[in-house]
Design a protein around this ligand. Structure first.
Ligand SMILES: [Zn+2]
Length: 325
């Protein structure tokens, strides 16, 4: 996978081509301009069919086109069937149920009840102050630490290395609010996993780090989680699920009953899982950040492939929205 194809890149609306190379997996293409060495990720919109030896055209989101005479290479690169987007789905999946429950209850009860009702009423994830989401994280973290995670056994030197990677990605993202923070935990029964809380707290498990064969694989996962925070996916999901009735219940103060109701409503929790759109957005954001810091944006696909093969279940190429946080 990830053959490098040589060809020419036509920027959007331009008929002047530049020599370039393309690497692709699933719907993601990384175009590198030969002269400047500049690389950029693109979503692939369309690819022309193979017709004798006519050059193939790969149309990219935004209107750019990559053209190559390497028909064999194109067929090799695109017949792998490896989906780039949505891969993290399965890894993050087992975390979904418990963590979303914790997120929902604790975030709602502590964060919103005490500080966030006006923000909640405004109903817009983008307008929720960072101070509110940070409080939500504090509450959520103490809960997941009780019910989910154990202290990390990772040695200090390795933590420092991975924190360094994380800092590089954060710098590249230019994300200030909410401030991003990386924590290490033993995943317990969740095993290899990573999670992003709405306030910018990202947790990576020892098991995920152990499963990775390279730092690029770890960085790709971190980039994906950073994407979830930047794009406010958790918050958007919470707002989507919390209806007016939920707010009324919180205001009414019958929290104990509320929590039980929520636990009983697995369907509600299921609908809290990220949508495919969010996953895809985060995957592309990860690719952007990885290219930006000069690391391999495809690496984490390999990690996720290995992890999903290990669960003994039939490998799915498609996205399963019920199995993700
Ligand atoms: Zn995700």
């Amino acid at each position: 996978m990830n053959d490098t194809l040589s060809g020419r890149y036509y920027p959007p609306g331009s008929s002047a081509a530049e020599p370039a190379t393309l690497r692709a997996s699933g719907g993601l293409a990384i175009i590198t301009l030969e002269e400047s060495g500049k690389a950029k990720p693109f979503e692939i919109i369309n690819m022309s069919d193979r017709l004798a030896n006519i050059a193939r055209k790969i149309t990219l989101k935004g209107g750019g086109v990559f053209e190559t005479a390497d028909n064999e290479g194109v067929d090799r690169a695109f017949n792998q069937g490896g989906a780039f987007a949505g891969r993290l789905t399965k890894v993050e999946s087992s975390l979904k149920y418990v963590a979303v429950l914790a997120l929902l209850t604790v975030a709602a009860l502590v964060g919103m009840y005490r500080y966030g009702l006006p923000a909640l009423a405004s109903g817009a994830a983008n307008f929720t102050p960072s101070s509110v989401v940070s409080l939500m994280d504090a509450g959520t973290l103490s809960t997941v630490d009780k019910v989910l995670f154990n202290a990390s056994n990772l040695d200090k030197a390795r933590k420092r290395e991975i924190s360094g990677l994380f800092d590089e990605l954060v710098m590249q993202a230019g994300q200030n609010e909410p401030a991003l923070k990386l924590l290490f935990r033993d995943g317990g029964r969740l095993g290899a996993n990573a999670i992003a809380l709405p306030g910018g707290t990202i947790i990576i498990t020892d098991q995920l780090i152990a499963a990775a064969k390279s730092d690029d694989e770890i960085a790709g996962v971190l980039g994906h989680e950073i994407g979830h925070v930047e794009l406010r996916h958790s918050l958007k999901q919470i707002y989507r699920v919390l209806g007016i009735g939920f707010m009324v219940t919180i205001i009414g103060g019958d929290s104990g009953q509320l929590v039980e109701d929520v636990i009983a409503q697995a369907a509600v929790l299921e609908s809290l899982s990220y949508t495919r759109k969010f996953e895809t957005e985060s995957d592309y954001r990860s690719a952007e950040l990885m290219v930006g810091i000069g690391r391999d944006p495809f690496a984490f696909v390999e990690l996720l492939k290995r992890l999903t093969n290990d669960d003994g279940k039939k490998k799915e190429n498609g996205y399963n929205p019920s199995r993700h946080l």
